[in-house]
Design a protein around this ligand. Structure first.
Ligand code: FE2
Length: 228
């Protein structure tokens, strides 16, 4: 496994730019729901390493899901998978860039814990034809991420996000959705509380992603409880 190397040559490209809230003509965007999107530049090389590191596919049929994942075997025992170090190493430049761009507010007072981020969870997910991952969120952990490992934009659909905000009048019961343009090797970071889903894979090509969560508050476990 790789260790963290601040001089690592993995390159990434900023796709989204930071824009201040619009205040045009008295219409004020009070809150911003930002998605950060990167691309791992030497992707083919990194993909080879990732695929070699991933475990054998494991079909799971729980909670109305029907997908291949190692989520349950690691999460239930609060363990990170063996490939976690490799992935963290690959996406580290993206995380560092995110931290440099987080809006801190006046005197950076909004970033109470500065830019502390700790990997909380990581798993892979593979969907074959007809398989999907229903609408869900990752709780109020902090940041969630998706790395698109096997992904063909010609036949696959990207993660679809549900707006956490109301859409106002005139839309009936319509909901606001957002789907970023994604290609293989892209890495996205978003607020863990935002609902999202993987639409059914309608192709004969499998779709594989690696997802992870980052906590944003260092834990001080003075006492811990297990409910069951
Ligand atoms: Fe998710």
């Amino acid at each position: 496994m790789k260790g963290f190397d601040s001089n690592k040559t993995t390159e990434f490209k900023k796709v989204e730019s930071t824009t201040p809230p619009s205040t045009k003509n008295g219409a004020i965007d009070m809150f911003v729901c930002r998605l950060y999107k990167y691309h791992i530049e030497n992707w083919e090389e990194e993909k080879k390493e990732i695929l070699e590191a991933l475990p054998a596919e494991n079909l799971i049929k729980e909670y109305e899901e029907d997908i291949h994942t190692d989520y349950f075997e690691n999460s239930r025992s609060r363990r990170l998978p063996r490939y976690a170090d490799l992935i963290v190493d690959i996406v580290s430049p993206c995380i560092e860039d995110l931290q440099s761009r987080l809006p801190g507010g006046g005197n950076n007072k909004l970033l109470i814990h500065q830019c502390w981020m700790g990997v909380d969870n990581m798993w892979y997910q593979t969907e074959y034809k007809g398989q999907k991952h229903m609408l869900h969120n990752h709780g109020n952990v902090g940041w969630s991420c998706v790395l698109y490992v096997n992904y063909n934009p010609e036949v696959h659909t990207a993660t679809r996000f549900l707006s956490p905000y109301g859409v106002g009048s005139g839309r009936g019961g319509g909901l606001d959705w957002y789907q970023p343009d994604i290609k293989e090797g892209d890495f996205i970071i978003f607020d863990s509380s935002i609902a999202h889903e993987a639409l059914p894979n309608e192709s004969d090509e499998k779709r594989t992603i690696i997802s992870m969560n980052f906590q944003t508050s260092p834990m001080i476990p003075q006492k811990q409880y297990q409910t069951k």
